[in-house]
Design a protein around this ligand. Structure first.
Ligand code: PLP
Length: 424
């Protein structure tokens, strides 16, 4: 999510938690205890959630919500999915953690499965981490190992909040308080082929980082032509193409990885996280082919938790369920239908629906997205406003047409609440 929205524009923070369930100091609500015990980096939480099942969650007051955000594109199989529960309990009762002095079967199987799904060529390999930021940190270190000094990222990029990932993230408000950041990173206007060609021309660029659909920027897809130009020009100049599929990967776009919608677009490095563990923290880096394979030498990178058996067993259950239930075809079908249905509302406040599969941005003609997200929450729908003119939906991939219809039916009323006649 955009943490900005949480800190700046949440208008629905008036939860009245039943203190009898709060299980803490007398008379204190969860909200008060949160405020007193947690660092305020996320602002005021919108609700305190207690339980989830499928595409629904319940807060501590017992109010039900349709989860159209899935923890920001994370809960691939919704909440409390039986396959995740089974994999997690089985693995926890077998072998939970071993350190990377040792290997485990789930780790090896997951790596093999990811390489197969990525259609990665001979000589490709996987590094497991625990988050999107960490996956991008590893990719950044791989890029440095080329020996080239410059790294390119795009305008409106989001690659995470650790120092290296932040260095690749364009938003000034996120960066400025933490400078100096790791150096050598330059930002290019997304979509500008000429700027890309000019920047690559000196032949000293290690890597270009790009998200096929820029999620945090408000669900902004890079065009097919630009993506192909990225591939062609980086190859021409011996530069690595790093695709950050942390938000778009694992079926979210209706393909295993969003770049697979574009024929001939194979990155040199891909980073994954969010949807891979279906809620269990895990990140991954895939290097494509033998040339990238040995850039990181033994001892040059590591992690204690990355690739632990629990996370890998859960991720295997996620991938297995997506395959068995043919969820990707379902994502394409319901995503396209939802897009058509929202546009068919013909509401003058809706300008477009962007994205792919079930990563969707409803473009608004007025800056009412925060109010719209608040009205939606009030009405029992969890969505998010990554910027003032975009409502983002990234629901569990198992969401049904009927679930989505509920939101489409409610949307005109929500728009009226968010933008009362004459106020915009
Ligand atoms: C969320 C996200 C990240 C950061 O992932 P974390 O797990 O929060 O560190 C990086 N890149 C993209 C595209 C993301 O959407």
């Amino acid at each position: 999510m955009s943490e900005d929205e949480m800190t700046g524009t949440t208008t629905s923070g008036t939860t009245t938690t039943d203190t009898t369930t709060a299980d803490g100091a007398a008379g204190e609500t969860f909200e008060e205890r949160y405020r007193d015990a947690l660092l305020p980096v996320f602002g005021t939480p919108q609700k305190v959630l207690a339980r989830g099942e499928g595409v629904r969650v319940w807060d501590t007051d017992g109010t039900e919500y349709l989860d159209l955000l899935a923890g920001i594109a994370v809960n691939t199989l919704g909440h409390a999915h039986p396959s995740i529960l089974a994999a997690l309990t089985k693995q926890a009762g077998t072998l939970g953690h071993v350190s990377n002095f040792f290997a485990s079967a789930p780790q090896i199987e997951l790596a093999e499965k990811l390489l197969a799904l990525a259609e990665a060529p001979e000589g490709s390999a996987v590094f497991f981490a625990n988050s999107g930021s960490e996956a991008n940190e590893a990719a950044f270190k791989i890029a440095r190992r080329t020996g080239r000094p410059r790294v390119l990222a795009l305008s409106n990029s989001f690659h995470g909040r650790t120092m290296g990932a932040l260095a690749l993230t364009s938003k000034e408000a996120y960066r400025a308080p933490f400078e100096p950041l790791p150096g050598g990173v330059e930002f290019l206007p997304a979509g500008d082929e000429q700027a890309l060609a000019d920047a690559l021309a000196p032949g000293d660029v290690a890597a270009v980082f790009a998200e096929p659909v820029q999620g945090e920027a408000g669900v902004q897809p890079l065009s097919r032509d630009y993506l192909l130009a990225l591939r062609r020009l980086t190859r021409e100049h011996g530069t690595l193409l790093v695709l950050d599929e942390v938000q778009t990967g694992i079926g979210r776009s209706g393909h295993w990885f969003a770049h697979q919608a574009v024929e001939g677009l194979q990155p040199d490095v891909m980073t994954l996280a969010k949807g891979l563990g279906g809620g269990f923290p895990i990140g991954a880096v895939i290097t494509y082919g033998p040339e990238v394979h040995d850039l990181l030498q033994p001892g040059q990178h590591g992690t204690t938790f990355g690739g632990n058996p629990l996370a890998c067993a859960v991720a295997l259950a996620v991938l297995g369920t997506l395959l068995e239930d043919d969820v990707l075809a379902h994502v394409r079908t319901v995503g396209a239908r939802f897009t058509a249905d929202v546009l068919a509302l013909g509401d003058p406040l809706i300008s477009e629906v962007r994205g792919a599969g079930l990563l969707l941005g409803i473009g608004l003609t007025a800056p009412i997205a925060p109010q719209l997200a608040a009205a939606a929450l009030q009405a029992g729908f969890i969505v998010n406003a990554p910027n003032p003119t975009t409502l983002r939906l990234a629901p569990p991939l198992i969401i049904t047409q009927a679930d989505l219809d509920e939101f489409v039916a409610a949307l005109p009323g929500l728009l009226k609440t968010a933008a009362p006649e004459g106020e915009n």
